[in-house]
Design a protein around this ligand. Sequence first.
Ligand code: XMP
Length: 511
Amino acid sequence: KVLILDFGSQYTQLIARRIRELNVYSEIVPYNKVPELDESIKAVILSGSPFSVREERALHPELEKFIGKRPVLGICYGAQYIAQHFGGRVERSETREYGKANLGKIHKSEGLFAGLEVGSQVWMSHGDTIKAIPEEFELLASTADVEVAAYGSKPGAFDLPVYCIQFHPEVYHSLDGKELLRNFLVDIAGCKCSWTPASFVGETVQALQAKIGEEDRVLLGLSGGVDSSVAAMLLHKAIGERLFCFFIDNGLLRQDEFEQVLKGYEGMGLNVTGIDAKNEFYAALAGVSDPEKKRKAIGKTFIDVFDREAKKLTNIKYLAQGTIYPDVIESVSVHGPSVTIKSHHNVGGLPAKMGLKIVEPLRFLFKDEVRRVGTEMGMADHLIKRHPFPGPGLAIRILGDITPEKVALLQKADAIYINKLREHGLYDQVWQAGTILLPVQSVGVMGDERTYEQAVALRAVNSTDGMTAEWSHLPYEFLAAVSSSIINNVKGINRVVYDISTKPPATIEWE
Ligand code: XMP
């Protein structure tokens, strides 16, 4: 595997993903937590950073732990840090070094730049620039504005080579970025391209079998989403009937979703118990309108129901969860410890309460990899490509307090929207979509009658990970069709609006 040292760049995860697209396994660790180098670690990459190497609070990695011991690639901040460390010069750059540029000169077209052509487009994004490289190094490539676009250790300067580049090969705008990474990983560091969905399934199933005792049983809460479903299928492959799944109807799912999803799961051979706990959730939510309190009430009820049902089973040793890699990466941030904007940890207290050990087969996968693993195991597209749906469900799409009537109203409007997205071939083009019931009444006219009814907002966003999002530019004709269908068919709603806010500063959900 390849270690990626994180200095807090927004691109760090992208480096990891790009490398994995080359079927090489990569892991992100904070810049100051480099593990002992064992045989599995073939190379080390240093990421970019929002910090400047010239600042007092600059981040200092322990270079001696890996330079010369493994092939090293420094990107942006990493490249600048290495330059400064070995006696080169880094200064604030006078020209804007941001955006597309071309490698006007490649001084050494072997090694890192093997196969790349002069003129290759790269993506720059830095405020500092390297003015002089240290003695042990030589210049590798330049652009019109950036003399030191890339440099590397002279042959023999270290036991193993060190390469440094100021542009970002992980960004798609660096058109040969993947080729460059491949040169580094495969030709220079000798990594094998064996990290594939099939190999992941095989290895994970084996590891699960080794970890889980022959008599042990595992319990997993399905949510209807991709992550928990793929986790369930992996465990099912590993331990078969000793996996027990719960799928809880919290009364906050989409229209008919409970029945449909349950059927789908049974079709996959999973051992699933459907639990109707609607009324318990509604009771816990009655009169609660603060979003965080709603989340807490739902989380607590979920734990209660889950725990009670689990007690009916014997020999359960493990609780399985569909946690994925972005949830476990320890982040380095300029803002210090992050503040809670919304608490997404739906069932944080569950494992402790039940006294079970945790098993998380997807802990090291990105979302797109989870999907590929699902497809590899033959799971149906409609499940794999489902939009993300929040744990607290429609409760955070009904502004204010929750009643079963409001849920039913929103479900009807939402079903029209989602079905129309599918009919118009737009469902797979948006990352997530949903309908929000607003606590607003407005005047309308239907026939000769005055109406005074509620409004819904439609939301659709494009995103890669939910951290940032753009509103989807859905066609006007489509929005018109959804609007008239909702107003004509859902009694109680007389107005439909479309949410055109990006995240940030808005969020995807309204609560
Ligand atoms: P926001 O609204 O924070 O949403 O921009 C980002 C992504 O997270 C989902 N989301 C949640 N998921 N529990 C969840 O499991 C929650 O409490 C929660 N709140 C938001 C949201 O649907 C979007 O995909």
